[in-house]
Design a protein around this ligand. Structure first.
Ligand code: IFM
Length: 449
């Protein structure tokens, strides 16, 4: 357990937790919801480690009031959830399904009544299957469809959502969903997946315009970043590091901040039409930063189809995902963003930060997770250090409120501050929940609850 008192954060610093629709909601066939690419993928044999699906997940669709009470008890000022596109437009086009909007309307109202600001992500990877059948994000039309969907959601919730996030981790969606096939929709196009980058970014830009027309609320995107650690001392190693950095950290940031695509990243530049880059570079109010770990990179072996080789970063404790626990990487990353983009960098919020461990109830029924406490303590100190370095960080969201359905890993990875027994749906706050509650209270100058 950390012994030093928690660092102080500026007044108004946003404290939050994050989730996403398919990972927690369940109720996949209720109230007119359509099928998403993740329904299709999870139901395809061999795609998910434990053979599970998100059909029920944490049953949040039916238990959201209990989950809002957990948020209120935690003392967070914000909750980041995602809206399931197939609940709003079952086929990905056409008018809104009122029952789908009603669910998020109730959730938003319940959050506000509990004193928690709603932060809505419009797309956390659950593309309506009919749009995938029409080409998915490889097709330019997906960008237009996304903006139309954003307009429908903003028309209903725009008066109450406190921060809009267009896309979650477009790099991960492109690379695992369309590049290597480990995620839905399971396509294995490698570098031919690059149109997915452009069409997601174009969808983001068009959605920003739709949101601006409907709401005064601030707008963001949540990118996944990983500071690059070059393993090796040759020019070829350094070139590999630069190539990976362009792909992972700059491909989805340079165009957003007005720099166009990094050289060499778009295999087929013909997908970029006149005016697209200006649409993509529409000003945003916040850059969402999802951070988990640094990436080790070195020169590829002779004959490799990739311009880099990835390798483990050693010297850190590791999570159950075998990811290094490297809070210094968060400070480094925030410094890199500030150093690379300078005054073009908008205020930053850490929209995801968290860790998986094999948490289970002890004989006393409690769930003790000291590793997660150490993780959070270290990462909060890294944010404090970045503030001291001059980076404008305005918030920190823990991934995740609940243990949930971790994509291709199914139920085998637990990221929650709250343990979920998937057989009974019993929620048990872990010791990290109590620690974070007390930390938030202390940093806000309130007595521990
Ligand atoms: O669970 C995911 C989330 O959906 C996106 N960011 C990373 C998390 C942990 O893998």
């Amino acid at each position: 357990m950390p012994t030093a008192p928690p660092p102080q954060f500026p007044a108004g610093f946003r404290w939050g937790v994050s989730t996403s629709a398919y990972q927690i909601e369940g109720a996949v066939a209720e109230d007119g919801r359509g099928t998403s690419i993740w329904d299709t993928f999870a139901h395809s044999p061999g795609r998910v480690a434990d053979g599970s699906t998100g059909d029920v997940a944490c049953d949040h669709y039916h238990r959201h009031r209990e989950d809002v009470a957990l948020l209120a008890g935690l003392g967070v000022t914000a909750y980041r959830f995602s809206v399931a596109w197939p609940r709003i437009q079952p086929a990905g086009t056409g008018p809104a399904n009122p029952a789908g909007l009603d669910f998020y309307d109730r959730l938003v109202d319940d959050l506000l009544a509990a004193g928690v600001d709603p932060v809505a992500t419009l797309y956390h990877w659950d593309l309506p299957q009919p749009l995938e059948d029409a080409g998915g994000w490889l097709a330019r039309d997906a960008a237009e469809r996304f903006a139309a969907y954003a307009d429908l959601v903003a028309a209903r919730l725009g008066d109450r959502v406190k921060l809009w996030i267009t896309l979650n981790e477009p790099f991960v969606h492109m690379s695992l969903g369309y590049g290597t096939g480990e995620h839905a929709p399971g396509r294995t196009l490698l570098f031919d997946a690059f149109p997915v980058a452009h069409h997601q970014l174009l969808g983001h830009g068009l959605a920003v315009a739709a949101l601006r027309a409907r709401t005064a609320g601030p707008v963001a995107i949540a990118n996944n970043y990983s500071p690059v650690r070059v393993l090796g001392d040759t020019d070829a190693d350094r070139a590999a590091g630069a190539a990976y950095e362009a792909l992972h950290n700059r491909l989805f940031t340079d165009p957003l901040l007005g720099r166009g695509y990094p050289d060499g990243t778009l295999a087929d530049p013909s997908v970029v039409r006149d005016g697209d880059l200006a649409t993509i570079a529409a000003p945003i109010d916040v850059l969402g930063v999802n951070y988990y770990n640094p990436t080790g990179v070195r020169a590829p072996a002779e004959g490799s189809p990739l311009p880099f080789e990835l390798a483990p970063v050693e010297g850190y404790p590791r999570t159950a995902f075998d990811w290094p626990v490297a809070p210094d990487g968060l400070r480094e990353l925030l410094g890199w963003l500030r150093g690379t983009y300078g005054d073009a960098l908008p205020p930053v919020e850490i929209t995801e930060s968290g860790c998986a461990y094999d948490d289970r109830p002890g004989p006393d029924g409690r769930v003790h997770d000291p590793e997660r406490i150490a993780y959070l303590d270290g990462h909060l100190r890294a944010v404090r250090a970045a503030l001291d370095d001059g980076v404008d960080v305005r918030g920190y969201f823990v991934w995740s409120l609940l243990d949930n359905w971790e994509w291709a890993e199914g139920f085998t990875k637990r990221f929650g501050l709250v343990h979920v027994d998937y057989a009974t749906q019993a929620r048990t706050p872990k010791s990290s929940y109590a620690w974070l509650r007390d930390t938030i209270a202390a940093t806000r100058g309130e007595p521990a609850r």
